[in-house]
Design a protein around this ligand. Structure first.
Ligand code: THU
Length: 139
């Protein structure tokens, strides 16, 4: 049992409940918040294709509704030989609740393959600090 087993298992369980009838590509994500709680999500597609939601989006929503406000680490799992890294939009959604150092673990069905820092995936990002600079910040 590694320290990532709980995240991996939560993401895999969520992946198993994905609604992906159009792409057939199921994804699971699990976030550990800074209180240590784990929140999971899966992709939810839609017949109006652009309205589909990614697994990371669902996991972040679950964290927020549970009262979490900060991501300690996040894990994404999907199949195939390529790394299932978060899409551009989800990198920005993660950014809202993370730091440049926040680990983003990318897993295949066999387990974690690579871990990135968020700022490797989204360098020079725009975030809450930009708004705070102007007195319009959320925190
Ligand atoms: N998808 C995710 O849920 N997360 C990712 O990191 C990559 C892609 C979903 C969106 C869509 O439902 C399917 O995978 C194929 O793109």
């Amino acid at each position: 049992m590694t320290s990532l087993d709980d995240l991996f298992q939560a993401a895999r369980a969520a992946q198993g409940r994905a609604y992906a009838p159009y792409s057939g590509f199921t994804v699971g994500a699990a976030v550990r918040d800074t209180d240590g709680r784990v929140h999971a999500g899966c992709n939810v597609e839609n017949a109006a294709y652009p309205q589909g939601a990614c697994a990371e989006t669902g996991a972040i929503s679950a964290m927020i509704q549970a009262g979490g406000r900060a991501i300690a680490e996040i894990l994404v799992v999907g199949e195939g030989e390529h790394l299932v890294t978060p899409c551009g939009g989800c990198r920005q959604r993660i950014r809202e609740f993370a730091t440049p150092e926040t680990p983003v673990h990318i897993a295949g069905l066999e387990g974690v393959r690579r871990t990135f820092r968020l700022d490797e995936l989204l360098p020079f990002s725009f975030g809450p600090d930009n708004l705070a600079d102007t007195g319009r910040g959320a925190r």
